[in-house]
Design a protein around this ligand. Structure first.
Ligand SMILES: Cc1cc2nc3c(=O)[nH]c(=O)nc-3n(C[C@H](O)[C@H](O)[C@H](O)COP(=O)(O)OP(=O)(O)OC[C@H]3O[C@@H](n4cnc5c(N)ncnc54)[C@H](O)[C@@H]3O)c2cc1C
Length: 266
């Protein structure tokens, strides 16, 4: 099925975009890590959100999810790994699956993780973001896993189950070694470990890795007044587009992005 709108991120920006799409009778699929596991859901009280003073982060997200679902938006739990505009369509890979839409709205919040040394250079040459997608290439081999993805343990277990020898490391300060192909990792202590593959299983993926060629400004996704990015059919909303990192801005941008993405469909 081809959706009218794909939305990456089930936070306030993405869920508002989905609500708006459904109000305009467009199909909408929200691809997200479990929405109630986001850091916002640990906020005990939101003082400045208009109309709902004192609402907790969890309550706000639960209400948004329920509203989006009640209006007919679909929710696919999983990590979006790549976004590929294809002229009239946009493909999003979600772990080992792929979905298609007429347009996509990126609303993944902020990615606080800086890339590791060696990560960009060795991406696709031993560095992977998805065990269930690429694990089979490493059967019987040594791999390193690092990250904070909600399904981290599951991904590690999957690799073990297909015969990979898995070492789990902390992301912070890890360096990936190799020339043209991963050969190992170096930990902050200076200790090195040889391996054939490195699985970086983060909860969020930096925008430039998610959608190669996406123009950034100050580390945030660059958008125009319609929330359009530099890539065709790709819009962005919420914290991923810059300061202030606040709820009211995120929901406003989610609505705006959906409005103009739908308008562009004619
Ligand atoms: C503890 C706390 C308290 C806060 N208090 C306030 C407050 O009082 N007032 C206020 O205005 N703002 C507050 N904020 C800020 C506010 O939460 C953010 O501005 C707002 O949540 C941004 O919404 P968003 O939809 O852009 O991103 P987020 O809320 O970050 O949602 C993004 C969602 O996308 C998911 N995601 C990311 N990458 C991927 C991927 N590749 N695939 C699938 N899913 C992905 C994330 O897991 C997350 O669920 C607070 C934030 C925190 C953490």
């Amino acid at each position: 099925m081809k959706y009218d709108l794909l939305i990456v991120g089930g936070g306030p920006a993405g869920l508002t975009a989905a609500i708006h799409a459904r109000a305009r009778n467009k199909s909408a699929l929200v691809i997200s890590n479990e929405p109630t596991a986001s850091p916002l859901c640990r906020a005990p009280r939101m003082a400045n959100y208009p109309g709902l003073p004192g609402v907790t982060g969890l309550e706000l997200v639960e209400r948004l999810v329920a509203q989006a679902r009640d209006m007919g938006a679909e929710l696919k739990i999983g990590r979006a790994l790549s976004v590929l505009p294809m002229g009239g369509s946009v493909m999003v890979s979600v772990e080992n699956d792929a979905v298609e839409g007429s347009a996509v709205i990126l609303a993944p919040g902020v990615s606080r993780a800086a890339p590791l040394r060696g990560e960009r250079e060795l991406l696709g040459q031993g560095v992977s973001y998805c065990a269930t997608c690429d694990g089979m290439f490493y059967r019987g081999k040594d791999v390193v896993c690092a990250g904070d993805a909600p399904n981290f343990e599951e991904e590690v277990e999957f690799l073990r189950s297909i015969g990979c020898r898995v070492a789990v490391k902390r992301l912070a300060g890890l360096e990936i070694l190799g020339e043209g192909r991963v050969s190992g990792v170096r930990e902050p202590s200076g200790e090195t470990a040889p391996c054939d593959g490195v699985f970086l299983l983060r909860a969020s993926i930096a925008p430039a890795q998610l959608a190669p060629g996406l123009e950034l400004e100050g580390g945030y996704i660059k958008v125009d007044e319609r929330m359009a990015t530099s890539l065709p059919g790709v819009y962005a909303a919420g914290d991923c587009t810059g300061q202030p990192l606040q709820l009211a801005r995120a929901v406003g941008q989610g609505q705006t992005a959906a409005h103009f993405a739908i308008e562009a469909m004619g």
